[in-house]
Design a binder for this molecule. Sequence first.
Ligand code: SF4
Ligand code: SF4
Length: 297
Amino acid sequence: MIDYEKQSLKLIETAEKLLSDNTVDVVLGVKDNPEVGWPTPYFARKPEDAKKLVWTEDCHVNLANYLTEVKGKKAAIAAKACDVRSIINLIAENQLSRGDITIIGMECAGKMQNEKLASACDACPASVPNLYDIAIAADGSETYKNLEMPNSSENVTEWAIHTTVEERLDRFMKEIDKCILCFACRQACQGCYCVTCFIDRKATPWEQVDADTATKMAFHLTRAMHLAGRCTDCGACEKVCPSGVNLKYLFKGLSEFVEETYDFKAGMDPEATPVLDRYSSDDKQVAFLGGDSIVGI
Ligand code: SF4
Ligand code: SF4
């Protein structure tokens, strides 16, 4: 059970202190936004700004991305376990410096979006972040309660083993059929930080990418491959999608494959070399999602 009022009060007190004693230049959190329907990102830069911060059952936004907006500054961030995995991935990929960041680890047992458990919260392994500097527990104290998590998400590898190619294609096509290529999923993703995305490379700034099936397939499959071993299962891509496209299973399937094949999970260790940066002559050479083995080629 989470006491959001106590967590909010503790967060405000913590942010005021960090800003007053100049430990940080900015505290990143969320503030109420009735127009949107859930709290949205907020940068508190002065001690008096801190009172605008809130912590609620529907503050599901992954704030890790926003740290790159204040790169080079000393920043604190109110972070759930999923945000922290994203921060760790960004540190491991040299996008953020650990020394610049104060992580205020907010205990979380899952967030709500439109009265349902938000995307990816069913997959979260722990209520407690795996890296933090200041703890704010479920009851607002400094001692985490280690709450029980739903941990009931789909095992995509199992699903893939027990389905035909046609069934897998059917699921993918049904999802991309809803896509309008707005790219909100990309913008919300901690791993999509390229200045120019591959899909925009040939487009002039005023040109709308056509939402035809081939382009949608190219975008989603290429993005999935780019996120292999980098997706932190935060669910931000599904949370922001205006069309209800559920494609996180692709990323999850890739993460399961990378973990099983290369014993690596993104977002666990800021010191670990990202899996796509490691090469070894005895790397396993196997295909993804039940394809034929290509060992020996
Ligand atoms: S947010 Fe949804 S509609 Fe927009 S590009 Fe991504 S999947 Fe397509
Ligand atoms: S692909 Fe989706 S779930 Fe994975 S890190 Fe990006 S936004 Fe999060």
